[in-house]
Design a binder for this molecule. Structure first.
Ligand SMILES: [Zn+2]
Length: 140
């Protein structure tokens, strides 16, 4: 069991964990909304307006609560799946033992248009090692 397996295993556990959390949350939201509907409508069975309000609130919680909870869990799972994908891309690119594979450094277009002598300030060509004006060695 190497490090990569450990990472995959961990991510798998996390995604599964989120699914369990989602199911538990959805059940709780559904139960809560049902209790809200029943609890509001039962004592006020004769008061139609209050009971209807409770049922509407329960329905709203049932629909929007589950919808919002679903979206939240999906967003979290998407974050984890992106991480999974990055890990798999890393393992494909590199040897796997180096997750933080260094990206190839972009070619630095550092073409010195001209260097100047440290001593006299005269412009010297990049190839020369000594200043053509005063003879001071030019630091490369
Ligand atoms: Zn010089």
């Amino acid at each position: 069991m190497n490090f990569e397996d450990f990472i995959n295993f961990k991510m798998f556990i996390t995604t599964t964990f989120m699914k369990i959390i989602y199911v538990i949350g959805a059940i709780l939201i559904t139960l809560g909304s049902l209790l809200l509907m029943v609890g509001f409508s039962m004592p006020y069975a004769y008061g139609l307006s209050i009971g209807a309000g409770g049922i509407l609130a329960g329905l709203a919680l049932l629909i929007f609560g589950n919808l919002g909870w679903r979206l939240l869990c999906e967003a979290i799972i998407v974050v984890f799946s992106i991480h999974d994908r990055l890990v798999s891309i890393d393992s494909k690119l590199g040897s796997g033992s180096n997750p933080a594979a260094p990206t190839p450094a972009p070619a630095q277009p550092q073409q010195p248009q001209g260097k100047f002598c440290n001593n006299c300030g005269a412009k010297v060509s990049p190839e020369t090692k000594f200043c053509s004006n005063c003879g001071t060695p030019v630091s490369q």
